[in-house]
Design a protein. Structure first.
Length: 193
């Protein structure tokens, strides 16, 4: 319907191993941009994409890539894969020397850059909770505190009590669906005659 949409495909190798889903993914990559949608395709290894029948569609339709450090990037077989994705020897060397879980390499039409994603204690608490034990804690805290109390409870659970103490009374901060946005007029517009 034209609303901005983000389609996230994590563990993309699973999608590529399923012939039917790979075909659907290829179609999405070719058509969704026209419908104001973007695709995030995440996989652990470029070889998953490289060996796929839809590799050309992925490479062409996903011009911005975030690559993780890979100390094996300078090995001949792995280097060949990176080259097929448009990286030169210097870029491959950067990936081989980058620090895992800290450095990321952005490859795009606008340029390429190694960057560091140094998340704070709160950033890590909110963005890096992917263990099964984290998910169990999320479920438990949601059940105990509800949606409005979850954030403070989660931050305390992760040892960020100071951040939890900074959270204002969320029900007063986040209006319900019946509340008018601050820019809404007090009266409805006059009907056309």
């Amino acid at each position: 319907d034209g609303r901005p949409t983000l389609l996230i495909i994590d563990e993309g190798w699973l999608a590529l191993d399923d012939e039917g889903f790979a075909g659907q993914l290829r179609e999405w990559l070719k058509t969704l941009r026209k419908k104001n949608a973007s695709v995030i395709f995440a996989t652990q290894s470029l070889s998953d994409i490289d060996g796929s029948a839809i590799a050309p569609a992925i490479i062409e339709s996903c011009p911005t890539r975030l690559l993780l450090p890979n100390e094996r990037a300078i090995e001949p077989q792995i280097t060949a894969i990176y080259r097929r994705f448009g990286l030169n020897d210097r870029q491959i060397e950067i990936l081989a020397r980058a620090t895992p879980k800290r450095d990321y390499y952005c490859q795009s039409r606008r340029g390429n850059r190694l960057f560091e994603l140094g998340l704070s204690e709160v950033g890590l608490a909110l963005c890096a909770a992917s263990l099964k034990s984290d998910q169990a804690a999320v479920d438990r805290l949601l059940a105990e505190h509800g949606r409005t109390g979850f954030l403070a409870a989660w931050l305390r659970h992760r040892g960020a009590d100071w951040a939890a103490d900074l959270i204002p009374d969320l029900p007063n901060l986040i209006p319900g669906p019946e509340a008018k946005p601050p820019h809404a007029p007090d009266q409805s517009p006059a009907e056309e005659t």
